[in-house]
Write a new protein. Sequence first.
Lengths: 161, 420, 817
Amino acid sequence: MSLAQKYSQEIQAIFAKYPPEQKRSAIMSLLYLAQREEGYISQEAMKEIADMLEISVTEVAGVAGFYTLFHRQKEGKYRIQVCTDLPCALRGADSFLQELAQALGVRPGETTPDGRFTLEEVMCVGACHRAPVFQVQHGDTITFHENMSLEEALAVLKKLE
Amino acid sequence: MSQYLLLRHREIPEISRLEVYRQHGGFEAFQKAVTTMTPDQVTEVVKASGLRGRGGAGFPTGLKWSFMDRKSWPHYVVANADESEPGTFKDREIMEGNPFQFLEGVAIASYAVGAQRAYIYIRGEYQHIARWLDEKIAEMEAAGLLGEKLFGTDYSLRIYTHLGAGAYICGEETALLESLEGKRGQPRVRPPFPPTFGLYGKPTVVNNVETLTNVPLIVQNGAEWYRRMGTPDAPGVKIFSLSGRVKRPGNYELPFGLTFRQLIYEYGGGILDDRPIKAIMPAGASSSLLRVDDRVLDTPLDYVALRQFGSDLGSASVIVIDDTVSIDWVIQKTIRFFKHESCGKCTPCREGTYWMKHLIDRIREDGKEEKQVKLLLDVARQIQGKCLCALGEFSTMAVVSGIERFPEDFRETVLEGVPG
Amino acid sequence: MSKMVTLTIDGIKVTVPEGTLLVDAARQAGIHIPVFCYHPKLEPAGMCRMCLVEIGRPMIDRNTGQPILDENGQPKLQFLGKLETACTNTVSEGMVVFTQSEKARQGQKATVEFLLTSHPLDCPICDKGGECPLQDLTMAYGPAQSRFEYEDKIHLAKHVPLGDLIYLDRERCILCSRCIRFQAELVGEAVLTFDERGRSSQIVTVSDPPFDSVFSGNTTDICPVGALTTADFRFGARPWELKAAASICSQCAVGCNIVYNTRREARSDGRIVIKRVLPRQNEEVNDLWICDKGRFGYHYTESRARLTAPRAEGRPVSWEQALQKAAEGLRSASQKALIASGRLSNEDLYTLKRLADHLQMPAYLYTPIGGGEWVRRYGLSTGSDLSALGKGDAILVVASDLYEEAPLWYLRVRQAAERGAALIIAHPRTTRLERQAPHQYVLRYAYGDEGEIIERLRREAKIAQTLHEARNLVIFFGNEGMGLEQSESLAAACADLLVETGHAGRIHNGLIGVWPHPNAQGAWELGFQPIFDLQPLFETMDALYLVALDPFGDGWVRQNGRKPFLIVQDILETATVRQADVVLAACAYTEREGTFTSGERRVQRYYPAVPRYGDSRPDFAITAALGAKLGLNLEAQSAARLFQEIAGAFPAFKGLDYARLAETRPQWPPTGRADYPFSGTAQPNTQGMGKILSAVAEGTMTPLPPTMQKESLRPEEGTLLLVPIHRLFDAGSLLTPSALLHGRIGAPHIILHPKTAQEAGVTAGEKVLIEWEDRQAEALVKVEEHVPVGVGLVPRSMGIPLSRAARARLHLAERVR
Ligand SMILES: Cc1cc2nc3c(=O)[nH]c(=O)nc-3n(C[C@H](O)[C@H](O)[C@H](O)COP(=O)(O)O)c2cc1C
Ligand code: SF4
Ligand code: FES
């Protein structure tokens, strides 16, 4: 089913945010919508968004490709994104990542064989005072998990069905 | 006088509820501005208060508002809630804890520059905050604080949130505007600046969340009152995001003029394991590294004070580094960040960060050959002064200052000083 | 006039209009500031940082507004402390600029060094080698040695097809975005973008088909490195081995100025062959651009089907025998006619017309679209230039899909609209012009209602007002959905409109017929009569002399027993050639010289690029030789002398000769070897920019007789109306030899609205049988929203011999079988 059919009300609300002649501003919200179900943005979805915004599908792809929270490939159901940026790393984030990687049996960038988790390193997420920290990206949602120990992290992951 | 002007939720936990915020004087400033002041009067008060932008550059806020091109309409206000500088997490706490004061600041700024539409550009990772603000905005609309003909005047205003999607560069105001227009978030050539050519090509004020959150109190209590805090160069209070090797990392709202020693030892509880402090990055990953001595620790902080040491206060995201950490590792981290975040538009930043990454990796992996270190320094210097926006410049700050001020860390042998 | 500003660049005083970019001001003073991302036809992006210079601005006293002076009475200068980009800064009074100072040189050197860190330096095997801005600027500005470790270079894909025509080498790309901006800004088709960001940025297209634009080849000219190359020329030759011949593109009526680059080729038996086509600068016609048909469609000139010698009764014969036979055929026929196409030169057409007059036979122009007589009188006049149109002017485009029919006009109209000209489009469906150009008004009418278009424009108050108030008005008319007669009526109505709004006969004003051929306008000027339906001639005439047309191949003439004596003159072995009694082998226009008159009435010269094929001869020479056999003395040697005769005989050509046509005027931006980094590899114009004919309307304004409006077919409930349309890439005999274009040409197809398709029970991709009148053809179904309901669009020259609108039935091809 097309985005327009599935989320017609939400799409209306998104467009209402911007001046009518500036439809293109809605692109990021629409890309999130497209990512809601499968966690990635398909070629068809980009085409549909292009038509909605009256721009070329290439332009949509260029926007999707610029931002790290948009994905055009299907990966694990949950993306476990550990911040290993300077402030977090000063508080042990690098070793936290290593431990978590070991516990999941994958290297950063890889997906667990059951397809549930993709482990990723990310840049600062604005939680430096609560390192170690990771965020879970799932569909179009993001959840922060802060002040994590390995045990707590694994408990969090366990609860994700 | 209560302790907090911005992080008021720490005293009044319920202040994120509209009626509680209003019980504490919320939206009186907005109503006062709209019903009793002209837009120019509001701008004048903010100008007189000496409020300077909290997004990093410290540009006088009222002056920026007065630059809005009056021949071109409509005008827009855009709140910069992209907060992506490593070590910065203050805007987040404001929006989570004291959302209405921030929104009131957006509203007043909008009134002052004649904007009827304001956008809040929020980094994608703060999605929960965007939803939370959407609720707060809806409550304001229901209460008649946003919408048509406010307070019985002809002034109308709507505020919308706009979610980013993972790009540090979108904190740069023109990249932010591009992103808000639905394009790749790459900076524009400036001039023209946003007050002339901003969102959709129209005059636009871009202000940081913290900057705007100061505004209601200034309008309510007057410029005089505000100037009583802080220093003449930087009146008022500032939220310091303290992170790194301190015992109590977190946000500390304090008047300008305090010292690093107070911030780190009094408020931050000192260094982990009581080790000696080695370096401070006062403005997140974009900082020039300060080599710490008593003079640095005891200098009253404002926007000019740190220049004497070759650094800048920026967004006051203070990253503390102790003697267990080697500076070559620190700059490896910062280079990695900037290489990842370079938008790719201009050559020196795009190619330079990539080149520096190779060099620092080689230095850290293959040993610290003098030739490589010198080349790294050269490349960093070669980037400077040539980029389209400040990101490229930022990418060199820690590199140049690190190598120049901590030469011993670039002579040691491999792989030391990595925090456990 | 804008204010002039004086500044000093490297000690040279330069005076330029306010608002000029520093980089342009310097170039005007002969100072080359190196650039990669800047291109004078594109908005500055300021991203490559190659043009870094030192800029000092006079300090101004806030109170007096006057410059502050130093002790020597000179204005005090303020320097920013850092270098600035010359491509994004505009000039200002008293500015002092250093482009060669130590500091500036260091900035430029740094940029080159940074760029080279990611560049593969594979110049020896690079197509751009020898005409590469990066190579040149590295020599001039770069460091002698790179400090970047070679092993650290990223390796990226080197042969990425961006569609059938253009290849991308990701390693060589320096991410200047010229190609992206060309497509987005100039063409309005954003089919290229950067994907990813930072050092991972790369050029991609995800359009379907990929790089979906008929202007794609131009990106290879402006690419400052060897990242974008054409599939045609890749690995074909080194630029310094190539010879250049100035020419005029013959693929449509725009008349783009081009250069044929040629080289002797072992693979072609040592012949000198065309290796590539490059645009030749003519800011009054095509700027620095050409379309992909012009760039890639030349291969017919070297087709295996080329005629190399005359024939009679199917056998090769000597010229003497062939001409003798042809002359006899004409002499003995009592009913005879001459039919020529708009592909021929003015000199050919003039000679043919002389022969026809001598034999008292009619001279016809084979054309699906009429109205040339009106264009002759109300067309553009001397000095007109579409690039002069902008705010305050109006452009009306009627019944023509400019993007498909005359791409460069599309581009120029689009740009005029971008500059503020009011664009009014009247068309039965949405065309690319409507989708991609800013327009004021669209008049949508039904096929068949063409007779009312102009009347309806008059009735729409806003449109009428715009047309009346326009400072200049240019009208393009086509013939979509119309036959010869209707399009002639349309032309007449358009001419009326020009007269009535006071625009007729003025410079930058007039009527343009969107003819399918390069010199149809020449034929109109020289007095040819239009004809499209040849069947009656084939049924009544005793002899026909057909020059450069293939009615049998088009499928519009059918054999039914009787056949007149056929003399066919052509360059290729066509279906019509196979029916001929005498075949006269003409050489291609690339092998001789001549002139074309473009749709704008601009007469332009082309020059020989390659030697003649076999024993072929120029058309005028053949006709002259034939004339000689029939007692008529015609110029047979010199095209220039023929042109002189034309100038003597036709008032519109008065005063023109080959020398005047070869004149050039100074043009901006500068082009040529030293300016490749600045403007790209479009070639400078040294061999002539042509001249627009003087307008007949300037003098005599006798109205033409009103033309007959023939009844036309309208879509009706429950029936299907077939309408032939023009597509740029068709399967005509001149285009199919360019194998590269086959993907763009595709299979025979019919385009339906989703509703129409549904009613007919067919879906996209299915094969159907179309039946109309007494004919039928198979086609693939395409479904597109822009087609009116009840209409089936059928591209011309795509294997479906539909000559004019007709009612039809559709069946699934399988069902039929
Ligand atoms: C690379 C870069 C990143 C930036 N990121 C932020 C940011 O996350 N938040 C912010 O408020 N300002 C950021 N800025 C500064 C903004 O460009 C702008 O100066 C600021 O939003 C103005 O607001 P202020 O005057 O209230 O400080 C950034 C600047 C640069 C060059
Ligand atoms: S300095 Fe970096 S982030 Fe800024 S424009 Fe250049 S490439 Fe983009
Ligand atoms: S930055 Fe000026 S030419 Fe590229």
